[in-house]
Design a protein around this ligand. Structure first.
Ligand SMILES: [Zn+2]
Length: 152
């Protein structure tokens, strides 16, 4: 039942702001990840521009979307991307307190332990993989790998 190759990111919008810690420009993009049966998640990706020492936030609101669904059907899973020379890595983190930890979007934010080592982890990583492959704006995050230092 691996249909994940069919999952595509559909960009909705973006915004810019300033990093809380250093005031540099930050960017957020959001959209949905959908296959032929409809949206499986909505993504919010936030990063600090040209700042590989900052990890990028990938927040996924997982579950059904659209008519007949409600926020109580969905959960938030948050990941961090650490840029590294030659290719960075993702790790699951707590979604508590993220902007998408919002009852108009989801029932609750999951903790790392709610995801890692569970069947949900496979779904999360396949959706992130689809996002990484099919959302062209992620290129700006991928580019951080080449300016990241080996030490961070
Ligand atoms: Zn900062």
């Amino acid at each position: 039942m691996n249909q994940d190759a069919d999952v595509q990111a559909n960009f909705w919008n973006e915004s810019t702001g300033h990093c809380d810690c250093c005031g540099r420009q930050s960017k957020t993009i959001w959209g949905d990840l959908a296959d032929s049966s409809g949206a499986r998640a909505v993504y919010f990706v936030q990063w600090t521009v040209n700042s590989p020492e900052h990890m990028a936030n990938f927040d996924l609101v997982l579950g059904p979307w659209g008519d007949g669904t409600s926020p109580s059907d969905r959960v938030l899973v948050s990941l961090l991307y650490r840029p590294r020379p030659g290719g960075g890595s993702f790790m699951v983190t707590s979604g508590k307190g993220r902007r998408a930890d919002d009852r108009s979007l989801c029932d609750r934010a999951l903790e790392r332990a709610d995801v890692v080592g569970t069947p949900l982890a496979g779904e999360v990583f396949s959706l992130v993989d689809a996002l990484w492959r099919t959302e062209p704006r992620v290129e700006e995050i991928r580019a951080l790998d080449s300016i990241a230092s080996h030490e961070t």
